[in-house]
Design a protein around this ligand. Structure first.
Ligand SMILES: Cc1cc2nc3c(=O)[nH]c(=O)nc-3n(C[C@H](O)[C@H](O)[C@H](O)COP(=O)(O)OP(=O)(O)OC[C@H]3O[C@@H](n4cnc5c(N)ncnc54)[C@H](O)[C@@H]3O)c2cc1C
Length: 419
């Protein structure tokens, strides 16, 4: 008989187990992991560097990074957030560093440092780790107030159970049988597939742009999603289309709608967000007046990577040798339109290798966010991605795992102390 069984040996499972053991020394705790290894996603996270959290220290601002969970996370973040996570790791000899864009990584630049930290802590705190132990079923006996946790070849018993199984459909199915609602799981944090001659040859270029999702090209069975989603930030041109923070943000905020649309939709890009069409055209007319003899291709009049400027000149029928004096207002209008209102057809999605996450999971209305306990099944705790919470890229998804695991751990420890 264990005091606590944590199901799932990922980020949330380890953080929960360690924090329970810290808050209730001597508790017998086991982590059940279905795989041969634990912390698999931590290992590959952040391109192998593990982006553990993000340098945002105001709960309200931090919560804004969660397309699903913003409202619910506000309370939990007041209890446990970024600064606490930094202290957790630094107290355990894992110094972190903040990068320019706010992402926080271990100074070692290696996710293995985080894994080693968890494994050392688990050993120090006598947490048992049972690998190759997929939990098939679990049930609570009201009379004895114990949980029975069943794997392929054995049944175990515990006083408390924490589910930290990430996006496991089998566990979600089991939770449905227990009365929980599961929001449909769909991918989030993906890049857009676009085949377009304007982007060809420009792979690797990144520019600050404003991107808006326009409309669906295919008819959807359900009502047309209300879109008009937009994001501003770096956009990276890749071999397959577009990536970068602005695109990933759109993929997260639009995760459900874009799924309904089969990932076929149009986007409008303003490559010069400081201008709109009218302003840019007025500016070009001024440049035409001031430098009539200069060739357009060679006098990049705006803040845009040179290769992109040339690409857009060509797609606007402005060829080599054409001077500002040579072009008509109509051509400059087309050119300004191309730069500020260019339309692109997205024809699918690709995985963003550095980070991806599943939107969907246990319905948030069914969770008590003061304890991360189920409101429907007494004594059942949740932590991490199993809940219908996910974030944009940047360390926020792990922050969700740490916060939920820590808060659940405090309540588990408190109730063990009362027994
Ligand atoms: C490639 C990649 C890179 C990422 N990089 C980052 C990043 O840098 N920063 C960031 O914030 N987020 C990142 N994420 C997202 C982040 O990894 C997840 O949000 C986080 O791992 C969720 O933690 P979790 O413990 O809830 O779930 P998981 O990490 O998925 O862990 C769940 C565990 O439960 C186990 N399990 C499932 N079912 C059972 C069962 N029935 N019995 C026993 N065990 C079971 C699974 O095998 C797994 O080990 C990345 C994701 C990916 C895929």
């Amino acid at each position: 008989m264990f005091d606590v069984i944590v199901v799932g040996g990922g980020a949330a499972g380890f953080y929960a187990a360690i924090n329970i053991a810290e808050a209730h020394p001597g508790a017998s705790i086991a982590i059940f992991e279905r795989g041969k290894t634990v912390l698999g996603k931590v290992k590959v996270s952040g391109g192998g560097r593990c982006n553990v959290t993000h340098a945002e220290f105001l709960p309200k601002e931090l919560a804004k990074n969660y397309p699903r969970g913003e409202k619910e996370l506000l309370g939990p973040f007041h209890q446990y957030m970024t600064g606490d996570v930094i202290s957790f790791f630094e107290q355990r000899g894992v110094p972190l560093k903040i990068e320019e864009d706010g992402r926080i990584f271990p100074q070692s630049n290696s996710s293995q440092t985080i894994i080693d930290c968890f494994l050392v802590e688990a050993e120090r705190l006598n947490i048992r780790i049972l690998k190759n132990s997929q939990v098939k079923d679990f049930e609570h006996s009201q009379e004895e107030d114990v949980w029975k946790v069943v794997t392929a070849n054995k049944a175990y018993f515990s006083q408390k159970i924490v589910l930290a199984t990430g996006s496991s459909s089998k566990i979600w199915d089991k939770l449905k049988l227990l009365g929980h609602t599961i929001s449909k799981p769909v991918p989030s944090l993906f890049t857009f597939n676009i085949q377009d001659k304007r982007l060809k040859g420009n792979q690797g270029i990144s520019a600050n742009a404003y991107v808006e999702i326009k409309e669906s090209k295919v008819e959807t069975k359900s009502a047309q999603p209300k879109l008009g989603l937009h994001a501003e930030g770096p956009v990276l041109i890749t071999h397959w289309g577009l990536s970068g923070p602005a695109i990933l943000k759109l993929s997260a905020w639009g995760a459900l709608d874009l799924n309904k649309m089969g990932y076929v939709f149009k986007i409008i890009i303003n490559w010069l967000p400081e201008y709109n069409l009218e302003l840019l055209l007025a500016y070009f007319m001024e440049v035409k007046k001031q430098t009539p003899k200069k060739t357009i291709l060679r006098t990049k009049a705006v803040n845009l990577p040179q290769r992109l400027w040339i690409s857009f000149c060509r797609s606007s029928d402005i060829s080599e040798g054409v001077t500002w004096a040579d072009v008509s207002k109509a051509t400059l209008h087309n050119f300004a339109e191309e730069l500020t209102q260019g339309e692109y057809q997205v024809a699918g999605k690709s995985t963003f290798k550095e980070e991806f996450v599943t939107a969907g999971g246990v319905d948030l209305k069914e969770i008590d966010f003061k304890t991360y306990k189920s409101k429907l099944v007494p004594g059942l705790y949740f932590a991490g991605e199993i809940l219908n919470i996910d974030a944009i890229t940047g360390g926020f998804n792990f922050q969700n795992a740490w916060t939920s695991a820590y808060i659940a751990a405090q309540d588990v420890a408190a109730s063990l102390a009362q027994r």
